[in-house]
Design a protein around this ligand. Structure first.
Ligand SMILES: [Fe+2]
Length: 338
């Protein structure tokens, strides 16, 4: 299974960066699923229906989040809509809208169309704001049917998945979202306890398990990677907006990167205007944090390749499909029209 995963998509330029690169990378890499972290898509902070629709229409299948996931327009409606494959960190307060994990069914891997290869269908037919229950079911049937589905996979040496028919149409991906506790402005529950609970809850559903690990400190990030080695297929960091050069496969088969980096303005301080940011630090005063909306766009993503084979013999206790490859992708887009 191939996954194209964008880091934090920041504002208008971030959305443009995804649209600009997705068709090219889809042709080049043929990903089975496309994922983006969207907590910054609405003018740098929060989410909104128009922006989610824009990325979905561009070909993004699954949306993950972070500390700004519960800010924006109609967030409760979006995050609670079970027909949209969207997560917010699982270890945020339980009474907040949304969910921390989704089980997504990958579709049509053999289709010749780019949309089919990316598991997309019925693109752009229904708006998030005006959909009826019936039309939602039609447009997002793949997701709504899969969230609590129990289809299992074959070709795994582990007994847990043995003897089950392998079919691209039945391949499922568990996407989990967590937020860190170090250097964050709010306090969150233990991400380690949260992930243990989620992995137990979804045990046996699929070997393809990935985590968007939205955290600030690289120490905390790498600890989570090692803690989950063999238990999930990939741990990819988001939140800092700065890519790290540490993409690797851990000993028990888990792909890891501390941070993918953002999709957003190249001439900026992690997405926002430079001068007010400098003033904030130099003078120790509050200044506006407006996203930059002109100039080059830096696009950071990873290309992940996963196998449903459980890693062995070094990791006899591994319970997740091992990663075959993790590659950081980076483009600077200088010519575009918005
Ligand atoms: Fe964040």
């Amino acid at each position: 299974m191939k996954l194209l995963i964008y880091g934090d998509v920041v504002g208008k330029l971030g959305r443009e960066g995804v649209k600009h690169t997705l068709s090219f990378w889809r042709e080049k890499y043929s990903p089975d699923v496309v994922i983006a972290n969207v907590e910054n898509i609405m003018h740098g902070k929060g989410i909104g229906p128009a922006q989610i629709r824009e990325l979905r229409d561009a070909g993004v299948n699954i949306f993950t989040g972070g500390n700004h996931s519960v800010e924006g327009k109609d967030v409760e409606k979006i995050l609670n809509d079970e027909t949209i494959a969207i997560t917010r960190p699982a270890n945020m307060r339980e009474d907040l809208p949304g969910r921390g994990a989704v089980l997504y069914q990958i579709r049509n891997q053999k289709s010749d169309s780019p949309a089919g290869r990316a598991g997309i269908r019925n693109e752009g037919r229904v708006s998030l704001e005006s959909e009826t229950a019936e039309s939602k079911a039609e447009v997002f049937q793949d997701f709504s049917q899969s969230r609590h589905g129990g289809t299992r996979l074959s070709n795994s040496p582990a007994g847990e998945y043995a003897g089950l028919e392998k079919s691209a149409a039945e391949t499922k991906l568990l996407v989990i979202n967590l937020i860190g506790q170090v250097f964050m402005h709010q306090e969150y529950a233990s991400p380690f306890i949260a992930i243990d609970k989620i992995l137990e809850e979804y045990k046996g559903k699929t070997p393809f398990i990935i985590l968007d690990w939205h955290a600030d400190a690289t120490s905390e990030k790498t600890i989570m990677g090692r803690y989950l080695d063999g238990k999930v297929s990939a741990v990819f960091g988001t939140h800092t907006h700065v890519p790290t050069a540490d993409a690797k496969i851990l000993p028990k088969g888990t792909a890891y990167i501390s941070d993918i980096g953002m999709v957003g303005p190249y001439e900026s301080i992690i997405g926002v205007e430079i001068e007010p940011s400098i003033e904030r630090f130099v003078k120790n005063i509050k200044t506006p944090k407006n996203p930059v909306e002109t100039g080059p766009i830096e696009v950071n993503a990873i290309l992940l390749e996963l196998s449903d084979g459980i890693s062995k013999p070094a990791s006899a206790k591994a319970t997740a499909g091992k990663a075959v490859d993790i590659r950081h992708l980076r483009e600077i887009v200088t010519e575009y029209k918005i």
